[in-house]
Design a protein around this ligand. Structure first.
Ligand SMILES: Nc1nc2c(ncn2[C@@H]2O[C@H](COP(=O)(O)OP(=O)(O)OP(=O)(O)O)[C@@H](O)[C@H]2O)c(=O)[nH]1
Ligand SMILES: [Mg+2]
Length: 248
């Protein structure tokens, strides 16, 4: 099985090349090396949106020595949703059997990667790394974000009726076959809304969705990109998906 870990980036230079100095312990790996270390068989695809901090330049430097690293550069900050859609298309074109969604900022622990593959091998089409099931959780987040995320998930689950406990999760693995059956070009949501909408569509299409517990940590380096627009978009998306259920 051929796999790729897709990592969208906007100003994540420090998570790709950690600051020099100090001992080189495991936590000082950059995210690309950490993925290779934990899942040596998979490639990595970075989808960068012309990050002003020069993220793409450091990726290009690494590519000279890393044949398993790939880069798509987009012309500006076009959002996480379309970055993933672009990456999914690329994974299909290049014949990968599975593709991951993963953040660059170490909120998602690269050591968890093999557990997702185990579920794909058992027959899952989409494996979601879930914070809201026994064994899962969130560490180091400010109380405000914990509360927002918790209620957003209750709202999304009841509003869409999808039997998924963590619908805003962004650490996932898909069998790429799934991408052939989901009309990606219809998805216009970004951020959390994107995660909810794609999970909903995969579930509605009859694919096998499986959740595994993960611990999510606050970003290691760099600044947050969460904004109000993303929250509002997710708020309006849920009733829209709920209405779809009644309609079909
Ligand atoms: N290509 C691309 N990547 C993005 C964009 N927005 C966010 N990302 C990346 O998507 C991943 C998740 O975004 P984050 O900003 O970490 O979202 P979050 O975890 O909800 O919030 P913070 O960690 O607090 O910022 C990170 O790797 C970001 O660099 C975007 O517009 N384009
Ligand atoms: Mg983050």
């Amino acid at each position: 099985m051929k796999g790729v870990v897709i990592i969208p980036t906007y100003n994540e230079r420090e998570n790709i090349i950690p600051r020099s100095g100090g001992r080189r312990n495991a936590s000082q790996y950059g995210i690309i090396d950490a993925v290779h270390k934990n899942l040596p068989q998979a490639d990595v695809l970075i989808v960068d949106d012309a990050s002003p901090d020069g993220t793409a330049d450091v990726v290009k430097q690494k590519m000279k020595r890393d044949p398993k690293l790939h880069l798509i550069e987009r012309e500006g900050k076009l959002g996480l949703g379309t970055a993933y859609i672009r990456g999914f298309g690329w994974a299909l074109e290049h014949g990968y059997d599975y593709a991951f969604e993963m953040d660059a900022d170490f909120s998602h622990d690269p050591a968890d990667l093999p557990r997702f593959i185990a579920e794909i091998q058992k027959g899952a089409d989409l494996v979601i790394g879930s914070r809201y099931m026994p064994g899962g959780g969130v560490v180091d987040w400010p109380a405000k974000r914990m509360i927002l995320s918790h209620y957003a998930n209750i709202y999304a689950r009841f509003g869409t009726a999808a039997p998924i406990k963590d619908m805003t999760a962004g650490f996932k693995c898909y069998r790429t076959e799934v991408f052939k059956h989901i009309r990606m070009q219809e998805i216009e949501t970004d951020g959390y809304g994107f995660q909810i909408e794609i999970d909903y569509r995969v579930w509605r299409a009859g694919f096998r969705v499986r959740e595994i517990p993960i611990i999510f940590r606050d970003r290691r380096m760099g600044v947050s990109k969460l904004n109000k627009r993303i929250v509002w978009q997710a708020l309006f998306l849920v009733p829209r998906l709920g209405l779809w259920n009644l309609w079909r």
